[in-house]
Design a protein around this ligand. Structure first.
Ligand code: UD1
Ligand code: MG
Length: 459
């Protein structure tokens, strides 16, 4: 048996899960339809499909050259890379097949005159087409624009995995991918005002209109989310785990809105978010199973871009982009902390992942070597950071910096808490992320009332 084949237990479990899910889906097509239940069942199918395809396609990907060396192991063996592309494709197909389900009730109503399927076609309708004014075209447009944006960003991810696109070139592509979202947002919702916190209300009023800046802000979110996940990477399982944590926190946040009495203005947008997040969790769990330490596959940049864009899409179209940012606190910190290397104030090697010490089997903070001593101002800044324990420096006898630890949260964690095994480091970082995320949600729904007049959950 090749390692790629599924064991018989796996085959039977996945088949059982898929059949159960198909049964559930078939059962949702009556009355008003049960889109949320159908979405859960589709996510089960998404899980089974990705799980088996990751296994089956692994050797094919290796043959096509899509493979990478696991750098933090004694035997740096090659394993399939870009497995996120499998997940992304399964995900896209699932959300496309799902299109009729949230609209089942509306399709029945709009096409049959309110459930009366025997209605006769009038000449007028046959000649000019019928008015579907009762059909929520705006919701369908949101959903389709989400799919379009996700597809564009997956193409970018796959190109990056194939051709290693330059950082400065790929950085802005998610902004283009977000144009369909922004267009739908403009037509459908169009709110560019933000609620001003109480202490500033006497200067700015209750609402402050950001106008076009609001669209730039949303495009920036679309750039930030994918890239920030891609640079908090380099140890087994970290990309998928961090995405799963954000996804579960978003589900918790969405569920809070399902508990309030309907119709609540935000309920529909949070349902929309669930329809996109649940299948994402399905495909990600399958990938996580294979990518967690010791990794059997790598996720590739495709997964990072795709995951980040799923979050940007639900944040923008669900109108909760600021709450979304509260769930990205570790990624925001990592991005800001990395900025001096990203913008080349400090040299940035191709890989900044922690260094594997083959003697101890533990990871240590990796370093950048300074070929020439840094400029005085940078040297001063580095020494200040060193004092604050935010970086580790090695200096020569003249007091010149010759080595500095790479600026990522993973290396910083190792500087603070000492060398660790790879899975231990991943678990600690994920634990920290869960704590930050729950705190973020708490701040959003409880403490926000101190500085804002209302939480939209309570109005
Ligand atoms: C980003 C980071 C880079 C980091 C890399 C690791 C920035 C600007 N770039 O680059 O510093 O080293 O991700 O993913 O911060 N790998 C492992 N173990 C893992 C995951 C990856 O060894 O658990 C190695 C493998 O050799 C794999 C390669 O990293 O082939 C993938 O790197 P890639 O995703 O192409 O790097 P970038 O996203 O460009
Ligand atoms: Mg990457």
């Amino acid at each position: 048996m090749t390692p790629a084949a599924l064991t018989s237990t796996e085959t039977w479990s996945l088949l059982a899960l898929s059949f159960a899910c198909f049964g559930i889906i078939a059962n949702t097509l009556h009355g008003d339809g049960e889109p949320l239940i159908a979405s859960l069942a589709f996510s089960g199918i998404a899980f089974s499909a990705s799980y088996s395809m990751i296994r089956w396609l692994g050797p094919t990907f290796m043959k096509a050259g899509l493979k990478g060396k696991d750098l933090s192991k004694v035997h740096k063996k090659e394993i399939p890379e870009t497995m996120g592309a499998v997940c992304a494709v399964v995900y896209l197909l699932i959300v496309i097949v799902f299109v009729p389900f949230p609209f089942y009730k509306d399709i029945v109503a709009a096409t049959s005159g309110g459930g009366n399927r025997d209605i006769l076609m009038e000449v007028e309708i046959v000649e000019k087409g019928r008015f579907l004014h009762r059909f929520p075209h705006n919701k369908l447009a949101s959903y389709l624009s989400a799919i379009l944006s996700l597809q564009s960003v997956c193409i970018l991810g796959i190109c990056d995995d194939l051709f290693d696109i330059r950082w400065r070139h790929k950085f802005f592509i998610p902004a283009f991918a977000s144009i369909p979202l922004l267009a739908v947002y403009f037509v459908d919702f169009g709110v560019t005002q933000i609620v001003v916190p109480k202490p500033l209300q006497s200067y700015l009023g209750t609402l402050f209109d950001l106008g076009a800046l609001y669209y730039i802000y949303m495009a920036a979110i679309a750039i930030f989310c994918p890239n920030s996940i891609n640079i908090l990477a380099g140890i087994n399982g970290i990309e998928v785990s961090q995405s799963l944590v954000i996804a579960f926190l978003l589900v918790i946040n969405d569920c809070l809105y399902l508990l309030v009495p309907y119709p609540h203005p935000a309920t529909d947008s949070h349902l929309f978010s669930l329809y996109l997040i649940l299948p994402f969790i399905g495909v990600s769990l399958a990938l996580w199973w294979h990518n967690w330490y010791p990794a059997r596959v790598f996720v590739g940049d495709t997964y990072c871009y795709f995951a980040g864009m799923v979050f940007a899409v639900v944040g923008i179209l669900g109108h909760f982009s600021k709450t979304l940012l509260l769930l990205f606190i570790p990624q925001i910190f990592n991005f800001l902390y990395s900025a001096p290397q990203l913008f080349r104030l400090i040299p940035c090697p191709r890989h900044r992942l922690p260094r594997f010490n083959a003697r101890t089997g533990l990871l240590e903070a990796s370093v950048t070597e300074w070929q020439h001593p840094p400029k005085p101002i940078i040297s001063l800044a580095l020494k200040v950071l060193d004092r604050l324990h935010l970086i580790r420096l090695t200096m020569n006898k003249e007091g010149q910096v010759i080595e500095s630890s790479n600026l990522t949260i993973l290396n910083l964690w190792l500087v603070w808490f000492g060398p660790k095994r790879e899975d231990r480091l991943a678990m600690e970082i994920i634990g920290m992320q869960v704590v930050c995320g729950l705190l973020g949600l708490f701040v959003r729904h409880r403490l926000a009332l101190w500085i804002f007049d209302a939480d939209n959950l309570t109005v």
